[in-house]
Design a protein. Structure first.
Length: 305
């Protein structure tokens, strides 16, 4: 689907990743981008709002009528609204309401509105805990409510996309970081450094992850929408494997801090490795990350107060 001149709905569009997708759509000439969010954060959309092509709608994906109204007349939907990991663990019922029923509402509304394509945001959590490098054929084995809800969302997307005749692509994000992030390893370490507190490392710091910059994730979303591909799932990662200790050390260097990390070696960490292969996204969507880790971390340091 051509992006220029088309109308798109981004659920959760003023959040961390969603706002970057909105920026990318505006930059590529979308006629209108409807941002549907339960809590609209205008500060994340400051640049895009100046275009005059972004419309803000405050609403909850658990309300079918609100979702249907926001979806009317759009060509494509990016479903990014989500209850994150922590709140999902604390309130499993709310997790199901937002991440499962909310996804159902979005897909039903998209089908009724004749939407041409849906891009669904999933996560590496669907794979569960594994030390293997995960490609898309790796078995799904979520061990958290959040991961389970994302598996449910994926299957709903497959089922309703097929039944309603909609094209769709599912994207499984690795460890996303970047400006506007409210939580996560990179931003939490940076905040402690900026406040003059030693960054905390749980365990020995050897746990490793695939870090991907949010601008690259936004690019993957728009590329998935623009492509002719449908019915597929793709990992979206930075193509790297970096330990927690390396992230902390690089942030200390980039900020010029002389703080020493506070390492809690005796603390057991929930996972020791989560790294995925994004080769299929490169080969089939024509997408590849543009930020290496050093550039990505420098971008966060420069743009985070």
């Amino acid at each position: 689907m051509e992006i220029a001149g088309k109308r798109f709905l981004v659920t959760g569009g003023s959040g961390f990743i969603g706002s970057h997708v909105v920026d990318r759509l505006v930059a590529e000439g979308a006629a209108e981008v409807v941002v549907f969010d339960a809590r609209v954060r205008r500060e994340n959309l400051a640049d895009s709002l100046e275009s005059g092509r972004v419309r803000l709608v405050e609403g909850d994906v658990t309300d079918p009528a609100s979702v249907a109204s926001a979806t009317d007349g759009v060509d494509g939907v990016f479903h990014m609204a989500v209850l994150p990991l922590g709140p999902c663990t604390e309130d499993p019922l709310r997790c199901v309401e937002v991440n499962v029923v909310g996804t159902l509402n979005v897909l039903e509304a998209a089908g009724a509105a004749g939407v041409k394509k849906v891009v669904f945001s999933s996560a590496s959590s669907v794979y569960g805990d594994t030390n293997e490098t995960m490609d898309e054929s790796h078995p799904l084995g979520a061990r958290t409510m959040y991961g389970a809800s994302k598996i449910s969302g994926e299957y709903l997307t497959h089922a309703l996309g097929t039944e309603r005749g909609m094209d769709y692509v599912i994207l499984r994000y690795m460890n996303v970081f970047g400006p506007r992030q409210e939580g996560g390893l990179v931003i939490n370490v940076l905040r402690r450094i900026r406040s003059g507190e030693p960054p905390t490392i749980m365990g020995d710091g050897s746990a490793s992850f695939d870090f991907v910059h949010v601008a690259d994730v936004a690019g993957a979303n728009v590329q998935a929408m623009a492509s002719d591909v449908t019915g597929e799932s793709y990992n979206v990662g930075g193509g790297n494997e970096v330990s927690v200790r390396e992230i902390v050390d690089r942030l200390l260097q980039l900020t010029g801090s002389e703080l020493e990390p506070d390492v809690h070696v005796d603390v057991e960490v929930p996972m020791t490795r989560r790294v995925g292969s994004s080769e299929r996204a490169t080969n089939e969507l024509g997408w590849q990350p543009g930020f290496d880790l050093e550039r990505g971390l420098a971008d966060v340091v420069a743009k985070t107060p």
